[in-house]
Ligand binder design. Structure first.
Ligand code: SF4
Length: 228
């Protein structure tokens, strides 16, 4: 099995450069889906966006994410923080953020505590690096609500509300436009006006995390994202 450092990804089309990514599992093994706490789970390309890569690149993405899950479960927070720090120091592009879970979710309260400890250790050396993730784990909300999060960590609550946390809500009726002229973030721009009017907010997902910090700063408000 590869080391924790070797399993930290440094790029993804939506998340962009300058962000390190580590996932606690695949979409297929997502703890929120298995617990019945996410209604986007198990619906293939029509559901969670994390499923798409697992279907499109079925010979390597699921295997890679399974390896991440196995490694995550046996790695303590100190070793994981050291791996991130080594990756930050050797990165060619300055690291501005760390994203947990482009697929998957917290397995348990221990996972939440591990992320808090990792963020705290990274924050001591790199306080400006934002660490963020998302969770559908309703059954872990009490633990989250009682946790003390370091300033550099933002946990977005997917599709639900939790006092003091950002909510990240996918509008399942308004879908990112695909096809000619709507590549990548352009598909998001095409539906932005519709989302703004429908939800009466300016906090709309841009579809390009390299240019947006809405999910990386804790503001306690609701961010609306089109289905994608
Ligand atoms: S709201 Fe911004 S930071 Fe959050 S997922 Fe969308 S583009 Fe990325």
């Amino acid at each position: 099995m590869r080391t924790f450092k070797e399993l930290i990804k440094s790029e993804n089309a939506k998340i962009g450069q300058g962000t390190l990514i580590f996932s606690m599992s695949s979409e297929k093994n997502c703890a929120a889906g298995i617990a019945g706490e996410c209604d986007l789970w198990g619906k293939g390309v029509k559901g969670c966006y994390a499923a798409k890569a697992e279907i499109q690149y079925k010979n390597n993405v699921p295997q890679f994410r399974d390896e991440c899950e196995a490694r995550w479960k046996i790695t303590d927070s100190f070793t994981a923080a050291e791996a991130f720090l080594a990756k930050i120091k050797s990165a060619r592009t300055p690291i501005k953020a760390i994203r947990f879970n482009e697929s998957g979710d917290f397995h348990s309260t221990e996972c939440i505590d591990k992320v808090i400890q990792i963020a705290t250790m990274i924050g001591e050396l790199f306080p400006k690096i934002r660490i963020y993730t998302y969770t559908h784990r309703k059954s872990l909300f009490t633990h989250l609500a009682n946790a003390i999060l370091p300033k550099n960590l933002t946990i977005n609550i997917s599709d639900r509300k939790l006092e003091g946390f950002n909510s990240f809500v996918v509008d399942k009726e308004i879908r990112v436009k695909k096809g000619k002229g709507f590549k990548g973030a352009l598909g998001y721009i095409a539906v932005q006006k519709q989302l703004k009017e429908k939800h009466n907010t300016n906090l709309i997902c841009l579809g390009d995390c390299s240019k947006c910090t809405l999910c990386k700063i804790t503001h306690g408000k609701t961010i609306i994202c089109p289905a994608h």
